[in-house]
Design a protein around this ligand. Structure first.
Ligand SMILES: *Cc1c(COP(=O)(O)O)cnc(C)c1O
Length: 413
C-alpha cells in the first residue's frame, strides 16, 4: 500500500501533483512519500509492540538523511554496513545504541569508529573478523558487543545476486562453527556475545525459508543455553519482498506473527532489519520523455533517467511499473524505455505495454525507493539526481541535484 494515486487522471504523491514537482525541481528526481514510510514502519512496530524488540532499518536500501531522520523519530534503530552509513545515521539524529553493524569486510578503522560511538552490536561474519574486533576493542579499552551471523544454508528462492544464506555465499558462519565460536568466548577478553543473527536473502516472496532459518537459530540458542551461554537477542535480518508488479508477498504482519509464533517459548529480544519493505514502495523515480524513436524492430521511449540513476532493471532484471504522470491516451504500444547512457544495458523497461508518450511527458517509475538512489552512480559523468520528500500538501528537496562542480570535486589537475 502506498500513496501514489491518480486524481482526475493526474498522478499524485499524497496531496502533491507529481507534475508540480517535475516542473519545480526538474527531472530526473526521486520522490518519497512520508505517509507511506510511516505506515510501513508502523506495520512492524504494531505487530511487535507487546514483545521486546528493535526494528533496525537497513540503511543501504535508502540512506537519505531525511528518510533516516523520519524513521529515527518513529523509533527505528538502524542496520549499517559501513562507517559511512554510521556517519549518516548519527548526522540524522539516530541513536547509536540502536545500531547494528553487518558486513563481511569491516576494517579496523570502521570497528574503532563504531566502538567509539558505542553501537548496540557488531554482526560478526568470520572468526578472523572476531579476532580483529577483539584486538581493536582491547586497544580502546572497550568491550565489543557481538552477534554471530549464522549462515543456515537455506535457499531463499530469490535472484542469485540477492541470495545470501546459502553455503556458497560469502556471508555468515556455518552453524557448527558458530556454536564452536560462542564456546571460545573466554579467548576473546574484549568481546561480549549478546546475540545471534542471520539474513538469508532479499525480495523473498515466501515465508518458509525465513521461518526455517528462525527455527535453526532457535536450536542454536537452546543449545547454547544448555552449555551455560545466554544471549540476549535474536536478529532475523530483513529480506521480505514487496510487490513490484503482480507478486503477492506476505505482509509484514503475517511474517512477524509467524516469527513470534516460532519464538513463543523463548524469552528473547527480537531484532529485525527490514529495508525494502519500508522504503521500496514509498518512492518513485520521476523522469521526462526526451524522444520517442521507432526502428524496424522496436519502439523506444528515451527518457532522462538512466541505469546510473536506477540500476535494478539491468542488474537484477527487476521489473518496475511505469505510470504516466498524466493519463491521456488509452491506446498502448509495446516499448523499451531506455536512458541516455551509452550501453545497451541502459534500460528501465523492456517490451512494456505503455500508453503513447510524447517528448516532454513525465513518467513515474514505481517502487524505486529501495536500492534506487543509494545504488546510483555518476557513470557517464551524470550528476546524481535530486531527492524530494512529500508530506501531505507540502514537499521539500531533501537532496539537491548534483552540479557539474560536484562531479569534479576532489580532482587535481
Ligand atoms: C540488505 C540487508 C538487509 C535488508 O534487506 P531487505 O531485502 O532490503 O529487507 C538486512 N540485513 C542485512 C544484513 C542486509 O545485508
Amino acid at each position: 500500500m502506498h500513496y501514489f494515486i491518480y486524481k482526475n487522471n493526474k498522478l499524485f504523491c499524497e496531496d502533491v501533483a507529481l507534475e508540480t514537482i517535475a516542473k519545480k525541481v526538474g527531472t530526473p528526481t526521486y520522490v518519497y512519500s512520508q505517509a507511506t514510510l510511516t505506515r510501513h514502519f508502523k506495520a512492524y512496530e504494531d505487530v511487535l509492540k507487546n514483545h521486546d524488540h528493535l526494528v533496525c532499518f537497513s540503511v543501504k536500501a535508502n540512506s537519505n538523511l531525511s528518510v533516516l531522520k523520519l524513521l529515527s523519530k518513529l523509533g527505528a534503530g538502524f542496520d549499517i554496513v559501513s562507517q559511512g552509513e554510521l556517519y549518516r545515521v548519527l548526522k540524522a539524529g539516530g541513536n547509536p545504541q540502536k545500531v547494528v553493524f553487518s558486513g563481511v569486510g569491516k576494517t579496523q578503522e570502521e570497528m574503532a569508529y563504531a566502538l567509539q560511538k558505542n553501537i548496540l552490536c557488531f554482526n560478526v561474519e568470520s572468526d578472523q573478523e572476531l579476532a580483529l574486533l577483539n584486538l581493536v576493542a582491547r586497544k580502546l579499552k572497550k568491550k565489543a558487543p557481538v552477534s554471530i551471523r549464522v549462515n543456515p544454508d537455506i535457499d531463499p528462492k530469490t535472484h542469485p545476486y540477492i541470495s545470501t544464506g546459502l553455503k556458497e555465499n560469502k556471508f555468515g558462519i556455518p552453524i557448527k562453527e558458530a556454536l564452536a565460536l560462542y564456546q571460545r568466548a573466554s579467548e576473546f577478553s574484549a568481546i561480549q556475545f549478546i546475540g545471534i543473527d542471520c539474513h538469508i536473502g532479499s525480495q523473498m516472496l515466501s515465508l518458509e525459508p525465513i521461518l526455517e532459518s528462525v527455527r535453526e537459530l532457535k536450536k542454536v540458542i537452546l543449545d547454547l543455553k544448555q552449555k551455560g551461554i545466554h544471549i540476549r537477542h535474536l536478529n532475523i535480518g530483513g529480506g521480505l519482498g514487496i510487490p513490484y508488479s503482480k507478486e503477492v508477498p506476505p505482509s509484514p504482519q503475517e511474517y512477524l506473527k509467524d516469527v513470534l509464533q516460532e519464538l513463543k517459548d523463548l524469552k528473547i529480544k527480537l531484532l529485525c532489519e527490514p529495508g525494502r519493505t519500508i522504503v521500496g514502495n514509498a518512492g518513485i523515480l520521476l523522469t521526462k520523455v526526451l524522444y520517442t524513436k521507432k526502428t524496424t524492430s522496436k519502439n523506444f521511449i528515451i527518457v532522462d533517467a538512466a541505469m546510473n540513476d536506477l540500476i535494478r532493471p539491468t542488474l537484477y532484471d527487476a521489473h518496475h511499473e511505469i505510470w504516466p504522470v498524466e493519463k491521456r491516451s488509452l491506446a498502448s504500444i509495446s516499448v523499451d524505455v531506455v536512458g541516455p547512457i551509452c550501453e545497451s544495458g541502459d534500460f528501465l523497461a523492456k517490451e512494456r505495454e505503455l500508453p503513447h508518450s510524447h517528448a516532454g511527458d513525465f513518467l513515474a517509475i514505481l517502487s524505486a525507493g529501495a536500492y534506487g538512489f543509494s545504488m546510483s552512480s555518476n557513470y557517464n559523468s551524470r550528476p546524481r539526481v535530486a531527492e524530494v520528500l512529500v508530506n501531505g500538501k507540502s514537499f521539500k528537496v531533501c537532496r539537491k541535484r548534483e552540479t557539474l562542480n560536484d562531479l569534479i570535486r576532489g580532482e587535481n589537475l
